[in-house]
Write a protein that binds this ligand. Structure first.
Ligand code: NAD
Length: 419
């Protein structure tokens, strides 16, 4: 049997939880419950492949906490997915929804498969069978999946359709991140990247800097990085460097982001964009900029390069881009690190709005979505900033502490069943 708690990610999250719990003097009877998921499931998913042979894939769903509302969290398709990683990510979702004050719990799911090796038909069969296996455990009031690495809006459309077929009527509220035509929300696609920049702007104010006068470097030019760059450009900041898997671009006068987005839509990568100097991903991270937004991979700011990071503010668009050691070092150097559970929360906030729209059958316009997302993420920022100042702790510890304090209150109010 696979171990639930032995993976590095799970251990990291528990380390942050223990630290936050000690800051707020968390009730030990709450902490002991928060250190374990409520439920962890392993599924066998048989799929008939295109050559007509059957392959059995392994799927997971970890429902970590529902103290604040229905379970909520993405579904990842990746060849390295394992039970402990899914459990760690489910724990992180729990802390993220709590920090953002959303009436949702935390969950995560995944299938151990390389999605790049599946045909569209195979991916659809896998998704539909996995949804069928998940059927008794998910639902608009129970557990609401969403896309993650290796899954997308189309995957959510298949999940929603499979679940609805089995119920006998349309159930758009069972998943979020769907295409707009079948109950998705306007503004979901840009939400994470825009949230990153709202938070970066507020972090500048906190540091008595003007965002419009800032220089910005962004690692990753996918969904999060592109929308972050776009909003930073619209707000008048100078985006002087971006990068992706093909390498990086630098222009001290600021890159023409709308032109770069057009270029990437056609060429798929930033490499070859005219009017910029080529730099490496490592060089991008070490640039002297006001704001650095790592929006690609985890662990990119670590003990090897932490002494070379010169940004005044790091806004974590990706999940886990800064290791704990590097974060502690940079905090001691007075670098403001806005942690992932806050900085990339725009996505789950708009997922929550999508769910609200689905269950009410009443859809919002883009202005309403964007206005409410900004309001929600900035309120969370302010709660974290106030806690950090009052308790004299770094933002990362403060974000976890604010989250755990909210969960603790809810758990104590609800009590333990049966006694
Ligand atoms: P994406 O697949 O759309 O984009 C990823 C980007 O990273 C691409 O530009 C890719 O070229 C680049 N990249 C890949 N390998 C790289 C490397 N070795 N060096 C530099 N760049 C590299 O993914 P995304 O949705 O933008 O997600 C990015 C990060 O944000 C992930 O950590 C993800 O978990 C996190 N995140 C995403 C969302 C969301 O709503 N999409 C929400 C919360 C967190």
């Amino acid at each position: 049997m696979e171990s639930l708690t032995s993976g590095p990610l799970y251990k990291n999250v528990m380390e942050s939880l223990d630290h936050a719990a000690s800051i707020i003097n968390c009730d030990p009877n709450v902490l002991v419950r928060l250190r374990q998921p409520r439920r962890a499931m392993i599924f066998s998913i048989p799929v008939r492949m295109d050559d007509y042979k059957v392959k059995v894939f392994t799927g997971y769903r970890v429902q970590y906490s529902s103290s604040l509302g229905p379970f909520k969290g993405g579904i990842r398709y990746h060849q390295d997915v394992n039970l402990s990683e899914v459990a760690g990510l489910a724990a992180l979702m729990t802390f993220k929804t709590s920090l953002l004050n959303l009436p949702l719990g935390g969950a995560k799911g995944g299938v151990r498969v390389n999605p790049g090796e599946l045909s569209r038909t195979e991916k659809q069969s896998l998704t539909r069978r996995f949804t069928t296996e998940l059927g008794p455990f998910i639902g608009p009031q129970e557990d609401i999946p969403a896309p993650d690495m290796g899954t997308d809006a189309q995957t959510m459309a298949w999940m929603m359709d499979t679940y609805s077929q089995q119920k006998g009527f349309a159930q758009p509220g069972v998943v979020t991140g769907k295409p707009v035509d079948i109950g998705g929300s306007l503004g979901r696609v840009s939400s994470t990247g825009h949230g990153v920049i709202h938070v970066a702007d507020r972090a500048c104010q906190f540091r008595k800097m003007e965002f419009k006068d800032c220089t910005v470097a962004i690692q990753g030019f996918g969904n999060v990085g592109q929308h972050a760059a776009d909003l930073a450009y619209q707000k008048g900041a100078k985006v002087i460097a971006v990068s992706d898997v093909s390498g990086g671009l630098f222009n001290g006068d600021g890159l023409d982001i709308p032109e770069l987005i057009k270029y990437v839509n056609e060429q798929k990568v930033v490499k070859g964009f005219p009017g910029a100097q080529v730099i490496s991903n490592d060089e991008l991270l070490e640039l002297e900029v006001d704001v650095l937004a790592p929006c690609a991979l985890d662990g990119v700011i670590n003990e090897h390069n932490m002494k070379d990071i010169k940004a005044k503010i790091v806004v974590e668009g990706a999940n886990g881009p800064t290791t704990k050691k590097a974060a502690d070092y940079l905090a001691a150097q007075n670098t403001l690190i806005v942690p992932d559970i806050l900085a990339n929360g725009g996505g789950v906030i708009v997922s929550y709005f999508e769910w609200v729209q689905d269950v009410q059958n009443y859809y919002w316009d883009i202005e309403q979505v964007e206005h409410n997302m900004k309001k929600t993420i900035l309120k969370a920022f302010d709660r974290v900033a106030t806690f950090a100042e009052e308790e004299k702790v770094d933002f990362r510890s403060a974000a976890m502490a604010v989250s755990v304090r909210h969960l603790e209150k809810a758990m104590l109010l609800r009590g333990l069943y049966p006694r």
